[in-house]
Design a protein around this ligand. Structure first.
Ligand code: HEM
Length: 460
């Protein structure tokens, strides 16, 4: 990595946080540092440097696939300890990345969402049934907890025909608890002190990772033993499909890594996104009112509307609300790029081939291109006109380029439908006057966010 004088010459401050450590919220720590020092900085901890940027010009450059590619930085190297060469954590040149990407891409095209729609609806109804009980007795609902139940059940059923039945238990599914601990281990490992004793933490991590693998092996063997030859879900494709060009298939170890990857990537971020959207709806009555108008125009007084696939596509304002929540709190908040050759970023920051740079999306999403009050929640930032007038690189909640999120349409379809159903059905009561506190477990969630609910009356 360049020495301090090279950073100084490039005008990039080096901020050493060794004495305070990374704390419980490393991402929010960098957000704070950027507010203080500007949109490019090096964070140093125990002599380890990481370069973070959020300014639009530099992010635009980093999106140029001819000069930069996805980097598996320290955080994802830790995630590789349990997701190995799954799509999210595979190195660009690992053959299994391209093979799995090409085999699975069709399963994520917009049209394929038609296949998943009925399952998404079925699981959304589980959440509604559980929330109806809470609305009945006035008890608060744990918004991020229930969103996580819903997204886990959805990806389990839609992807693998496996039912986690998360609403049948008051505790999170053990898979979720083990997964969250694995993600936390990946995050905390970044802050390790040289010479520290981490044996117990690593042993606990190993046990959790083994448990995840065992759940996944059960998911796979349930399918294999059923003798059914599905080809319309992810697992079916992985077990049967041949690569469109060379006819190769995915090996068993890789299929296991992909299932772990999809179970994690497919639910944790989406549930956070829906939770933040609910938070902003509860806090912004004028926005909530516009969502109500949109859903009422579709479903009027129908008590139990069953949204069909095309209707979800027509919920454009609800979709804008989700985008705006992902702008302020992109739940997978950072992604890293690496230089393909030695280069100068922004014409001045020297980068060696392979050196990583991390884009901090929450700060990119507060750049001047977003106007002079970027903290204001305003879904009108995502009207088609506003989007057309803005650089496509100003909004990157799903990463960039060929390694961008494969599940974007999946997440947006699932989340838009659920939000619309909830707004149509309930009055959201911010009973605890909730003050936003963002919990980090590599991904972001509003911590301890609860609401109470009441059925809507014709007057609301
Ligand atoms: C990749 C965000 C939902 C599967 C990514 C990346 C981001 C992201 C930022 C790129 C990471 C990087 O460059 O290192 C999100 C957000 C979601 C979401 C914010 C929800 C709101 C989903 C869903 C699935 C999924 C629902 C699966 C059903 C994946 C996979 C990759 C990925 C497999 C790796 C793609 C590759 O490198 O080939 N996601 N994601 N994600 N996401 Fe998502």
């Amino acid at each position: 990595t360049p020495d301090d004088s090279a950073y100084a010459a490039a005008g990039v401050p080096v901020v050493d946080v060794t004495t305070t450590g990374l704390g419980p919220g490393p991402l929010q720590q960098i957000m704070g540092l950027m507010r203080e020092h500007g949109p490019q900085l090096v964070r140093r901890v125990h002599g380890r440097d990481a370069l973070f940027v959020s300014d639009l010009d530099l992010v635009t450059e980093l999106a140029d696939e001819s000069r930069f590619a996805k980097s598996i930085g320290p955080a994802l190297r830790n995630v590789r300890e349990f997701a190995a060469d799954g799509l999210f954590t595979a190195y660009n040149d690992e053959p299994n990345w391209a093979r799995a990407h090409d085999i699975l891409m069709p399963a994520f095209a917009l049209g394929s969402m038609r296949t998943y729609h009925p399952v998404m609806y079925k699981v959304a109804r589980r959440l509604v049934e559980s929330w109806d009980l809470a609305a009945g007795d006035g008890s608060p609902v744990d918004v991020p907890g229930d969103m996580t139940r819903m997204t886990l059940d959805t990806i389990g059923l839609a992807g693998f025909g496996y039912d986690f039945a998360s609403f049948e238990s008051s505790e999170p599914h053990p898979f979720v608890e083990a997964m969250v601990r694995c993600l936390e281990w990946s995050m905390k490992r970044l802050a390790r002190v040289p010479g520290g004793d981490y044996e117990a933490a690593d042993a606990a991590f190993r046990a959790d990772a083994d448990y995840l693998a065992q759940v996944v092996d059960d998911v796979i063997s349930a399918r294999v033993e059923s003798g059914e030859r599905h080809t319309d879900d992810l697992l079916g494709l992985m077990l049967t499909a041949q690569h469109p060009r060379d006819g190769s298939t995915l090996d068993t170890a890789n299929i296991r890594n992909q299932v772990i990857t999809f179970l994690i990537a497919g639910h944790e971020t989406t549930s956070g996104a829906m939770s933040f959207a609910m938070y902003y709806l509860a806090k912004n009555p004028a926005v909530l009112d516009l969502v109500r108008r949109e859903v009422d125009a579709l479903w009027g007084d129908t008590t139990d509307p069953e949204p069909d696939f095309d209707e979800v596509g027509r919920l454009t304002y609800t979709r804008q609300v989700l985008n705006e929540a992902l702008r302020l709190w992109p739940t997978a908040a950072a992604f890293s790029r690496e230089a393909r050759e030695d280069t100068l970023l922004g014409g001045r920051i020297p980068l060696r081939a392979g050196q990583g740079v991390t884009v901090l999306a929450p700060m990119l999403h507060r750049e001047p291109v977003w106007g002079d009050n970027p903290e204001r929640f305003d879904p009108n930032r995502f009207t088609p006109e506003a989007e057309a007038a803005r650089s496509p690189h100003a909004f990157k909640p799903f990463g960039t380029g060929e390694r961008a999120c494969i599940g974007r349409q999946f997440a947006l379809h699932e989340a838009t439908m659920l939000l619309a159903m909830l707004v149509h059905r309930y009055r959201l009561v911010d009973h605890a006057d909730y003050e936003l506190s963002v919990k980090e477990t590599l991904t972001l969630k509003p911590d301890g966010f609860t609401l109470t609910l009441a059925p809507r009356t014709p007057a609301d």
